[in-house]
Design a protein around this ligand. Structure first.
Ligand code: GLY
Ligand code: MN
Ligand code: MN
Length: 367
């Protein structure tokens, strides 16, 4: 039986990469890439993709799983080192040029392949394969939407308890509650380590939740996401356990305007750096340019951070079907911070949020 049409389309696109990169065979080592072209979800498994053929290199732990998930794909069950499995699978294949993923193949693997493959030249790819994953197919979009829906619902459940459910709780407890709810709602796991940062901790963009308890009238930054059928969501809200600290309230309004400007700038053919710029201009004009160090956003899909990047250095042009986060932030050391993050898809005309949790300042006050 042949793979489904969605997979066949992806494999065809991969064939084009082989051609344009001058490869006979490509060795895919990155788990999400193997999954993207095969549907196989196991670990420690590589994919050899030639012109018109594919072979999964795995081991006995995943033999049955490979049969279930991609019965159409020939699997090589290795008992030895991966480099030997690659050499064995390439025997009798004409492989003059073998591509490897430069960002993911280890130095050790490349060294072993260089030694073990006589007559085969290795060519290092950069992001050619990741680029194929940027534009989402309808089925992928549906999964991302579900991942967004689960994350939103979990957040609504958590905040429904009002400030009483927050004050006196540790950041870690709140993160655990959110993750528990996401799994109950159908997520396989959180799409990354949930961030819950209370008060001044919100000034750290990628804070790790700890034992600090939420106090009355404090802001709490929550950055969370669900993974549903392998696809991720990634959202951030800042809620207030009582009154809004005036300085935080002011930067909140700036960040909200910056996010709206970022979304408004999204459209097909727009260069990613221009979207970053549109949001950044708002923050710079308000005098907080130095307090917004990271890029505006990133692609979301099988990985929580993938191509394209919405940053100053990215000249990628947006295309319909891409999904990106829009997440401006202002961080004030010692005081706190605000980031507002939503996931947006690029339609044929504009950018549209996939998430619809309230984001206006008043709605963020826990009752
Ligand atoms: N959750 C990490 C990020 O927003 O990129
Ligand atoms: Mn996030
Ligand atoms: Mn993000």
């Amino acid at each position: 039986m042949a793979p489904k049409k969605a997979l066949r389309d992806r494999q065809e696109a991969l064939g084009e990469v082989l051609k344009s990169s001058g490869l006979d065979v490509l060795l895919l080592t990155k788990r999400e890439n193997v999954r993207y072209f095969t549907g196989f979800t196991g670990e420690d498994s590589y994919l050899l993709a030639g012109r018109g053929w594919m072979r999964l290199l795995t081991d006995s732990r995943f033999e049955e799983q490979a049969r279930r998930e991609c019965h159409w794909l020939e699997a090589y069950i290795r008992k030895d080192r991966m480099s030997l499995a690659v050499a064995a699978a390439l025997k009798r294949r004409r492989a003059k040029v073998l591509g490897v993923e430069g960002f993911y193949a280890t130095v050790a693997l490349v060294g072993a392949l260089r030694k073990g493959l006589r007559g085969t030249r290795l060519k290092v790819l950069t992001d050619q394969v990741e680029n194929l994953r940027q534009v989402k197919q309808a089925g992928e979009m549906a999964k991302i939407r579900r991942a967004v829906g689960v994350a939103q619902q979990a957040f609504m459940q958590l905040t429904a308890g009002g400030r009483r459910a927050f004050i006196g709780r540790t950041e870690n407890e709140l993160a655990a509650q959110l993750e528990y709810r996401m799994r109950q709602l159908g997520a396989s796991r959180a799409s990354f380590e949930t961030i819950v940062a209370a008060g001044a901790n919100a000034a750290l963009p990628h804070y790790r939740p700890g034992s600090r308890r939420v106090g009355r009238d404090e802001c709490v930054l929550i950055d969370w996401g669900a993974m549903v059928e392998g696809y991720c969501s990634d959202l951030t809200r800042v809620v207030f356990a009582g009154r809004i600290p005036p300085r935080i309230g002011r930067i909140y309004e700036v960040v909200l305007r910056a996010q709206a400007a970022g979304l408004a700038a999204i459209g097909p053919g727009v260069s990613c750096d221009k979207v970053d710029q549109a949001a950044r201009d708002v923050i710079v004009a308000a005098g907080y340019g130095d307090n917004f160090g990271h890029g505006l956003g990133h692609g979301v899909g099988l990985e929580v951070h993938e191509m394209p990047r919405l940053g100053r250095l990215s000249r990628t042009q947006l295309q319909p079907g891409m999904v990106v986060t829009v997440e401006p932030g202002i961080y004030l050391p010692g005081l706190g911070g605000v980031r507002i993050e939503d996931d947006a898809c690029v339609t044929r005309r504009q950018g549209r949020f996939l998430s619809d949790l309230p984001r206006d300042l008043r709605s963020m006050v826990l009752r």
